[in-house]
Design a protein around this ligand. Structure first.
Ligand code: COA
Length: 260
């Protein structure tokens, strides 16, 4: 598939999706959100893709937010539609993908950019990363899940402060907050992220898919996460990966998971 606003490349089990509008600091316009949806859907159904990495092109930004020029003239109804459609196509979609998705945050991750990073399963940042939800400085609030996912990741008080001040935090502060898992130099960001991806790939993709489902269940209204865990745990016993994983352990060899 060819895209106008993103690049998607698969090698060694990793699909790297790069948001590619560097002149606009990779701001998320409608077309980019649609393309990201399509690329993620394709990668998720590709058997050879074991991990997805999302990053931004250029040296300045991961994503500097939703494209302000696209919504500046919107009314109430269009504003609601923008948030609902974006959440459905991209932000909820990424969070619930069965393939692990890592955000490699290589610069500004603001507004919709931080919301995209927070939708990913976890985040790694380079030292030049700057993160924030500046929406109230524009007279709006985060609309792509930011008011929900930021408190989940950093705690309510810190989220309140970040959202109310519209300020940015740097990579080390984000590490201290638990918003990112690791901080690397700019040069090492991709290789470090790929190293973590390789560790993930050694494990059962079927079990990882179940783990994502069970972990996410904790954050869904009216869903009992413990019950989902029991179901997913039980289901693991019926998989070929389980047979291979346990046999390999008992035979003192490395598992070669079929991914079934
Ligand atoms: N939407 C649309 N365009 C954006 C954008 C966004 N969220 N963020 C940056 N851009 C565009 C700028 O308009 C500029 O375009 P131009 O060259 O055609 O004028 C280009 O990207 C470069 O940005 P610029 O502001 O010149 O870079 P900077 O280094 O001076 O500042 C930021 C960087 C990130 C501080 C600044 O771009 C910014 O505040 N962006 C908006 C962040 C935001 O509020 N995001 C939340 C949106 S809900």
């Amino acid at each position: 598939m060819t895209f106008e606003n993103i690049l998607s490349e698969t090698s060694n089990g990793i699909t790297t999706i790069t948001i590619n509008r560097p002149k606009k600091l990779n701001a998320l316009n409608k077309a980019t959100i649609q393309e990201l949806h399509e690329a993620l859907e394709e990668a998720n159904s590709d058997f050879d893709t074991k991990v997805i990495i999302i990053t931004g092109s250029g040296e300045k930004a991961f994503v500097a937010g939703a494209d302000i020029s696209e919504f500046a003239h919107f009314d109430v109804k269009n504003g609601q539609k923008l948030a609902a459609k974006g959440q459905e196509l991209l932000f909820d979609f990424v969070e619930n993908l069965s393939t692990p998705v890592i955000a490699a945050v290589n610069g500004f991750a603001l507004g919709g950019g931080l919301e995209l990073a927070m939708s990913c399963h976890f985040r790694i940042a380079s030292t030049n990363a700057k993160m924030g939800l500046p929406e109230v400085s524009l007279g709006v609030i985060p609309g792509y899940g930011g008011t929900q996912r930021l408190p989940q990741l950093v705690g309510k008080g810190r989220a309140m402060e970040m959202i109310m001040t519209a300020g940015m935090i740097d990579a080390n502060q984000a590490l201290e907050y638990g918003l990112v898992n690791h901080v690397t130099s700019e040069e090492d960001l991709m290789s470090f992220t790929e190293k973590i991806a390789s560790k993930i790939m050694r494990n059962s993709s079927v079990a990882i898919k179940s783990a994502i489902k069970a972990i996410n269940a904790n954050y869904k209204d009216g869903v009992n996460g413990y019950q989902v865990e029991i179901e997913q745990f039980g289901a693991s016993f019926g998989t070929e990966d389980f047979k291979e994983g346990t046999s390999a352990f008992l035979e003192k060899r490395k598992a070669d998971f079929p991914g079934e």
